[in-house]
Design a protein around this ligand. Sequence first.
Ligand code: UFG
Length: 331
Amino acid sequence: MSKHILVTGGAGYIGSHTVRLLIKEGYKVTVLDNLVNGHKESVPDGVEFVELDLGEREVLTKFIEHNNFDAVIHFAAFIEAGLSMKEPEKFFENNCVNGTNLLNAMVASNLKTIIFSSTAAVYGDPVSASIKEDHPLNPVNHYGRTKLIFENILSMYAETHGLKYTSLRYFNAAGADPSGEIGEDHDPETHLIPLIFRTALGKRKSISIFGTDYDTKDGTCVRDYIHVNDLAQAHILALEKLFETGEGDIYNLGNGHGFTVKEVIEAAEEVVGHLIPKEEDSRRKGDPAVLIADSEKIKSKLGWQPKYTSIKDIIETAWKWHKDNPGGYEG
Ligand code: UFG
């Protein structure tokens, strides 16, 4: 019988891509999402969908008790670093407290296998050119802090309750499924690539470049962009490993190449075939200058290999989604 996976935040950007891949790989999937940031339209037909907030402790506990899940993939969280600096309490409540509700409900039902969406934001300002998993953990924004707190909670539950978990620390997720059926749609949108395309589509006057005085080759921030389907693939591999051996771990996920904000805009201009209006702006609070992953560990231990290694290919898949869905899921 196929294994049954509960995907929290499965109607979100990375969650919805992972759900598609899980189904392709023969898993049975239930999506749990409160639809605050997720999109019901992204849940494929035939997949069970439950609208529930992880803050609803009792309902959640009963729901997990009444199902026979084999594992959880936990995406549900607030993700926006800038916002976390203004409203840390909301991030703590959702990312730490509600996440712990999920773990308690799991433990109560003897469900002990979980993959957690962590982030490169747990590292803060890098002290090395590329970041390995043993890099110091000094997040510079509250978002990264809440994700690190939850990684620590997972480790406590592993020690005390025998939880088996893997944390995947994503660098900058980008792109969309080439089918064009699902893509990135946040409200408000704060991410660079979707905002570039909104500008290209005439929905914004210009794209702001946040900071041009960083110590990088053109003064703008460097990020490691990783295709969302490559991220999804890593979840499948991590899950298989947990099922086979019960051994969890912490892995970085990036391409290992950094691109400046200006380079990303240039690549997008090449893809859309025209210049995109841009303006230089001041630095955004909580932004490290450079974030580049060393993902050798997941490559060697789980055999993960990103399929999308060129920034242009990644951006092309994103453009297909944005061009065909200029208003996002709502049209
Ligand atoms: N940027 C601009 N203008 C914009 C938006 C962004 O110049 O209008 C810049 C940012 O300053 C940053 C880069 O583009 O230097 C990328 O910014 P994003 O907002 O797209 O992504 P972040 O790097 O801030 O954050 C993303 C995810 C986080 C994750 C982090 C890890 O949103 O969840 O990557 O690297 F933690």
